[in-house]
Design a protein around this ligand. Structure first.
Ligand code: FRU
Length: 499
């Protein structure tokens, strides 16, 4: 990989660089790991989803973007739009760090849509003359024509009593007031949530106080990317704490994203969870989830996340000068006080021809003949709680990516340890969930360098980035009674170069 100097990392997009970026783009589109139905970076590096919303008849998503290579350089916002959450169109650069208050990057933020205007709240990661970080919360607006205007004056300045780490505004409205929830670190280096309030969305923001979470006194050393949603009668609080301890099968990644379902007490600035803090995704690569601002389904929310994580490396594509995908959109609902995560409605648009069918363990039709399709959708019908094993991207003498379920212990395990290119193995190569009621259903999406597995209609989701090479080209399965269907997956993402 190339040697990135501080100066190279601090490049701000300049239209003069279009040809250079076009070349980078052409080069990366040849990669065997480019996705066919996930949002992926147009060039360089993508991390958190930002400003995810339904506005003016379309879904909009922005992502944290460094245009020039696979490093966390100066962050910009890149814009994509969709009619159905699955087919996305590249729209080009949305925000670049070009004013004093965001001179160190336009960091993560969220959107609030009205009929005529989209408000984008984000963090200006300002660096002063001595390179000290001053986090400002900023606002930009996008009109219905897609024209973006940035307010150069911060709407919120740093709160005393907290360190330079105050960022990632989640903007929302409740009972006539606007709120911004921020992730922060206090002076004792504990992760905290800060709440701001205003009667006017563009100005007059005041610090309401810390949002306390009953039963918890801070989260790790920093809280990033908070999100809060009202789903039906429940509130969902979700964030990405850094520095929390692993607990059995949970929180085993370097950094994890967590949630709690409960009640919000706005008067006392307290969130009252109805149960323990849980990990949003039980796989390896998932961070900074964000729910879309939308009025379509008040009893549901739609969420996406970065299909990656901070301080993880993805050498196979880093070497090709690009990094980063966004997860498939998930529809969140709360049932019996529990969060369910399903692929957002309409996912069948990705489903192509059936290429393999087994009923009660016997193969009925098979045009795969043991060869692993690079993209596919795998459905496992009610396996009657039988044990089963599926190995994706295996090869001769190569174990591949193994998915197993053991009916006696009720353990569902994914194991990437058999892949030839093993990424971030220091945080373990297996992830396990215990399915109290057994395995009833599995739906998995395979997209060249990623696997997302939904269990029991949204009870758990496990996501993993994988980088199979040309020798890892077989699929194997075993299980007495399994009903297995594999479908080709339709491509939904173009490779338009739009800057
Ligand atoms: C999370 C994060 C955010 C920050 C952004 C910068 O991945 O560290 O806290 O705003 O990325 O790209």
């Amino acid at each position: 990989m190339k040697n990135w100097t501080a100066e190279m990392r601090r490049r701000v997009f300049d239209p003069k660089d279009t040809d250079e970026l076009k070349k980078l783009h052409t080069q990366i589109t040849r990669s065997r790991w480019r996705s066919r139905f996930h949002i992926q970076t147009v060039t360089g590096l993508l991390n958190d989803p930002n400003g995810f919303c339904f506005f003016n008849g379309k879904w909009h998503l922005f992502y944290q973007w460094f245009p020039y290579g696979a490093v966390h350089g100066l962050k910009h916002w890149y814009h994509v739009t969709s009619d159905d959450l699955y087919h996305w169109k590249n729209e080009g650069l949305a925000l670049k760090p070009d004013v004093y208050a965001d001179n160190g990057g336009c960091y993560t933020g969220s959107a609030f849509a009205t009929d005529n205007m989209l408000y984008l709240a984000y963090t200006g990661n300002c660096r002063d003359g001595n390179y000290n970080r001053i986090p400002y919360q900023m606002m930009a607006t996008m009109d219905k024509e897609g024209s973006i205007t940035k307010n150069e004056i911060p709407i919120i300045i740093p709160e005393p009593g907290y360190t330079e780490h105050q960022r990632d505004p989640k903007i929302f409205r409740y009972l006539g007031s606007y709120y911004i929830l921020l992730g922060a670190q206090d002076s004792e280096k504990k992760g905290r949530l800060l709440l701001y309030r205003s009667y006017d969305i563009e100005s007059g923001w005041e610090f309401a106080g810390e949002l306390k979470v009953r039963g918890h006194d801070g989260f790790g050393f920093m809280v990033e990317c908070p999100d809060i949603e009202k789903i039906g009668d429940h509130w969902l609080l979700m964030f990405s704490p850094q520095g929390i301890e692993a607990d059995g099968y949970e929180f085993n990644n370097k950094y994890n994203s967590v949630y709690m379902v409960g009640k919000m007490d706005f008067e006392n600035l307290e969130f009252i969870p109805n149960g323990p803090m849980k990990e949003v995704d039980r796989g390896f690569d998932f961070y900074a989830p964000q729910c879309a601002f939308q009025r379509e389904f008040p009893s549901k929310a739609v969420m996406t996340a970065w299909f990656g994580s901070c301080d993880y490396a993805y050498p196979p594509t880093d070497d090709e000068e690009w990094s980063g995908l966004i997860t498939l959109p998930r529809e969140l609902s709360v049932q019996g006080g529990k969060l369910l995560q399903k692929p957002a409605r309409g996912w069948e648009t990705l489903k192509g021809n059936q290429i393999f069918e087994a009923k009660e363990g016997s193969i009925i039709s098979d045009s795969v003949h043991g060869l692993m399709p690079q993209t596919c959708i795998i459905e496992l019908g009610d396996p009657d709680s039988e044990s089963m094993m599926i190995s994706l991207f295996s090869g001769s003498g190569l174990r591949g990516f193994e998915i197993t379920y053991d009916k006696y212990s009720k353990r569902f395990v994914i194991d990437k340890g058999g892949m030839r290119s093993l990424i971030n193995p220091e945080f373990g190569t297996k992830r396990t969930v215990v399915l109290e009621n057994g395995l009833k259903k599995m739906l998995a999406f395979v997209d060249r360098s990623s696997v997302e597995i939904f269990l029991n209609d949204g009870e758990y989701v496990l996501s993993a980035r994988i980088f199979p090479d040309e020798y890892e080209n077989l699929i194997r399965f075993g299980g007495k009674n399994i009903d297995l269907n594999i479908y080709a997956a339709n491509a939904a993402m173009g490779e338009d170069f739009v800057i």
